[in-house]
Design a protein. Structure first.
Length: 371
């Protein structure tokens, strides 16, 4: 069975203004002192953030238990400091410039990117799918790029920014376009082509190292995985695991977990239908704007179709991999719930419209550790 891991970024917020509060260093120190969390708790770019970089999972049941356990611990930390902890793509409000975690690498990034950092107050969900063979990983990455708009449409969770409804499902995915390397990655010939092209980026336009290559999918720079980075941080752990299950099924449709290649024809469009880079990146912005409310780029047809139709098509294509992992029912029910009740962004927008910041705070508190 193909393994996977999940990185979730969380932000501590003032309970009244919902602006970031710089208590992450103290929270991290407490987490790092606990044997259960020492290996998976990490400081992040902003002084208001903590990251959970999970263990390696084989099942979604394992992932759900681990993510909920960490979230409960963070919730306790938030109570200790009298703040709110949230899992959202961007905080609803923010100061003009964030406090950055004081490390030499982060200081260099701020020096390189300067004003871009003012709005780079974001939290993402990164899914790592294990692929030991890097040649196969590049094949899986080439397939994954066609599915990024659909994954973006499912995972938008940052509609409110600086106290206003942006009209977008994922303002995070809009803001991140200011970085030097963003959007869908190009198609690569093989791993040598991938490595050569990444090396040429280092030192250009603030690309400090491979970890600052901000494509929405890439090969991880530190573990043998395909890393899908298109999703906003999700309100609940269940949505995070749902997205991880979809990413695993997609990669496993290309890569046999015992080390061989599968026929990728089920999840890779033929040449005539394949979306070029210009269409993929336009469709990513379309997904960041509209989510599941209207149309989504169908990864196999290369054209916009009604969201429910594209989701049903995706389930059909991924069914063999989802059956192998035992995730078919979990994913089907999760996607049905998103179509019926809305994405995280839709729920945030409704709460903000009804009760402003207080409505958002109540939503964050109700969903953060929901089973």
């Amino acid at each position: 069975m193909t393994t996977f891991g999940i990185e979730e970024e969380f932000v501590f917020l003032d309970p009244q203004t919902l602006r970031p509060v710089d208590v992450a260093d103290a929270a991290f120190a407490h987490l790092a002192a606990e044997p259960a969390w020492r290996a998976v708790a990490h400081r992040e770019f902003l002084a208001a953030q903590v990251e959970h970089a999970s263990a390696v999972f084989e099942t979604t049941t394992q992932a759900s238990a681990a993510l909920l356990g960490f979230r409960r611990e963070l919730e306790a930390e938030a109570r200790r400091f009298g703040v709110v902890v949230a899992s959202v793509g961007s905080p609803p409000d923010a100061l003009p410039f964030p406090t950055i975690t004081d490390t030499p690498r982060y200081r260099r990034i701020v020096d390189d990117m300067q004003g871009v950092i003012a709005d780079h107050q974001i939290q993402g969900l990164h899914v790592h799918v294990g692929v030991d063979d890097r040649e196969l990983a590049v094949r899986a990455l080439n397939a994954t790029r066609h599915w990024l708009p659909l994954l973006a449409s499912i995972s938008g969770n940052s509609p409110i920014w600086r106290g206003h409804d942006t009209g977008y499902e994922s303002w995070r995915n809009v803001g991140i376009r200011r970085w030097t390397t963003t959007g869908a990655p190009p198609e690569f010939i093989d791993v040598a082509d991938y490595d050569r092209r990444l090396e040429r980026l280092i030192g250009v336009g603030g690309t400090e190292d491979r970890a600052v290559v901000m494509w929405t999918a890439r090969l991880s720079s530190h573990v043998p995985t395909v890393e899908v980075r298109v999703a906003d941080a999700q309100l609940g752990a269940g949505e995070s695991v749902l997205i991880a299950a979809l990413c695993r099924a997609l990669v496993e449709s290309v890569v046999d977990p015992v080390g061989g290649a599968r026929s990728a024809s089920a999840v890779v469009p033929d040449e005539a239908a394949a979306a070029g880079p210009e269409l993929l990146n336009a469709a990513l912005l379309h997904a960041a704007h509209r989510g599941l409310s209207t149309t989504v780029l169908d990864p196999m047809l290369g054209e916009l179709r009604p969201a429910a139709e594209v989701v049903a098509h995706a389930l059909e294509l991924l069914a063999p991999a989802l059956e192998r992992s035992g995730d078919a029912d979990f994913v089907r029910l999760g996607l049905d719930r998103l179509l019926d009740h809305g994405t995280g962004a839709a729920r945030q927008r409704a709460a903000f419209s009804e009760a402003g910041m207080a409505g958002l705070r109540d939503l964050y508190e109700a969903t953060f550790t929901a089973e």
